[in-house]
Design a protein around this ligand. Structure first.
Ligand code: SAM
Length: 488
């Protein structure tokens, strides 16, 4: 790790004072560590990475608490890497990947500690504050049979969330755009809720100098209150016996352990202690266990763990729980009750034709006007129910547009891990051609190329579609995803 100073925006005085009180023995190390360069890490997509042709070597060094996490020695231009656009990895800060370790403990009854953990994978998961999708994609890959509802309330952040979900390609994500309070219209619906709350962002002070400029003690207090309001909206939607995983990227106890204590007091929920392995790498890296009365949480501090600031706590809902704030938010429930679902039955011929494009069984089809989608059969009913309550922006995999008896393939179909790539003629691109394609340039027509749709690939992974119309190959890469960065 490079220990040279790189960040010249001074830390806010009030923050430094609080850190001195919070870490009386180690605050000089803590503060010094905030001026070190941030680390770069990626999380591999286990459903795509192994399909890359050529070198199968894993990049960089392992992240101890994530099977798919890798630290890179230096930060490449991800924008200029077609494998990034193919969804073969997600650029994610390493501490956040601790979620993967926690899920593995909760999913394995032998390994978690009291209270007794879940014995089967969660059926329906909510990631309530999801954009741009780092933890949603982790959840979707970790629980490929589950349905992951990735919600983002801020409209401008929904598009990147959809793009990342589509490129990830697991097909088990639903993207919604709702206020957290709307979820109380779905009592006991979710087996697992992740609340990666908007916070004062102290954990980003190393990575993002603007986080230092935007910080104030008043804003941190405002964040804490907003987090309580978010939790109040979400708690009724958690199934009794289910888990709420609460995370922030701040060190502020008001937003972390004190909010967890507040939630326990309001609901009767209880914290779940996560068993750390004897493996020395965890101890060397010293994930800090925050134990404060009935609260258990896990803190990632810059002088102790290789990663940015992070806090995580798991709260289990008891069967006899009550609602925080003493009331359920029923107004959205009443409003939503009469909402019609836009989900229609598919055109049978279109579904039958497009059905040949995919491997695997157990999928069903639905249509929204001429747009044809594919989703696991076991999730269709859940989706229909959700669509009467929530604002659904995307669900499953968009396969294409039904125009008369033809299905024009959608970008998401190319990126879906279940696509049978042998069904379409393929164009395997060089790096230069792949980047040209991602800039929406037309590829050259290969000699003897058939007319019609071709799958564009780079190192064996699909990027999207092109159509040979004889004189040229039309580029069907979505204009909103086009890369604008010049070659280096
Ligand atoms: N989970 C994301 C990931 O791993 O990529 C990061 C989420 S970020 C920490 C918090 C998210 O909460 C942001 O996307 C932000 O737009 C959203 N947010 C902001 N205000 C909110 C509110 N009042 N209720 C719910 N979410 C909110």
């Amino acid at each position: 790790m490079n220990s040279s100073q790189h960040n010249f925006t001074p830390l806010p005085d009030a923050f430094s004072r609080r850190i001195r009180e919070q870490f009386p023995d180690s605050h000089p190390d803590f503060i010094a560590a905030l001026d070190r360069p941030p680390l770069t890490s990626i999380r591999l997509n286990p459903h795509k990475w192994s399909r890359i042709q050529g070198s199968q070597d894993l990049p960089g060094d392992p992240v101890p608490w994530s099977i798919n996490g890798r630290f890179l020695q230096e930060r490449p231009s991800f924008t200029l890497d077609p494998l990034f656009h193919a969804g073969s990895y997600y650029v994610q800060e390493a501490s956040s990947m601790f979620l993967e370790y926690v899920l593995s403990r909760l999913a394995n009854p032998k390994q978690a500690e009291s209270p007794a953990p879940a014995e089967s994978p969660p059926g329906i998961i909510l990631d309530a504050c999801a954009a741009p999708g780092g933890k949603s994609t982790l959840l979707a890959a970790f629980f490929p049979e589950s349905l992951v509802v990735a919600n983002e309330v801020i409209r401008s952040r929904v598009s990147p969330l959809m793009e990342n979900s589509i490129k990830w390609g697991t097909g088990n994500l639903v993207v919604t755009q709702n206020d957290p309070s709307h979820f109380s219209a779905l009592p006991g619906f979710f087996d697992l809720i992740l609340t990666d709350a908007p916070c004062s962002g102290e954990g980003l002070f190393r990575k993002d100098p603007s986080a230092r400029l935007e910080w104030s003690a008043d804003n941190a207090t405002h964040c804490s209150l907003r987090q309580r309001s978010i939790l109040t909206g979400l708690w009724p939607a958690l199934k009794p016996g289910g888990y709420l995983i609460y995370t922030t990227c701040t060190f502020n106890p008001e937003e972390n352990e004190r909010n967890v204590a507040w939630l326990l007091g309001e609901t009767g929920g209880e914290c779940v202690r996560i068993d750390m392995p004897d493996d020395s790498s965890y101890h060397q890296n010293s994930i800090h266990e925050v134990a404060d009365g009935s609260v258990t949480g896990y803190g990632f501090y810059p002088h102790r763990t290789p990663g940015e600031g992070f806090f995580l706590s798991v709260i289990r809902k008891n069967t006899n729980d009550h609602v925080p704030g003493g009331k359920t938010a029923r107004s959205h429930s009443r409003r939503a009750a009469g909402r019609a679902s836009h989900i229609q039955s598919p055109d049978p011929a279109a579904a039958s034709n497009a059905g040949k494009w995919f491997n695997g069984s157990g999928f069903n089809w639905y249509q929204i006007r001429e747009r044809l989608f594919r989703i696991k059969s076991s999730h269709l009913h859940t989706l229909e129910h959700l669509s009467g309550v929530l604002t659904i922006r995307y669900a499953g995999t968009e396969v294409g547009r039904v125009i008369r008896d033809e299905v024009l393939p959608a970008p998401a179909a190319a990126l879906d891990i279940h696509l049978d790539s042998a069904v379409f003629p393929m164009i395997d691109c060089s790096l230069e051609d792949a980047l040209g394609y991602l800039r929406r340039e037309n590829l050259a027509v290969p000699p003897d190329a058939k007319q019609g749709w071709h799958l564009v690939r780079y190192q064996g992974l699909a990027l999207g579609w092109t159509k040979n119309i004889g004189k040229r190959m039309n580029n069907y890469y979505p204009s909103g995803w086009r890369i604008r960065k010049a070659p280096q």
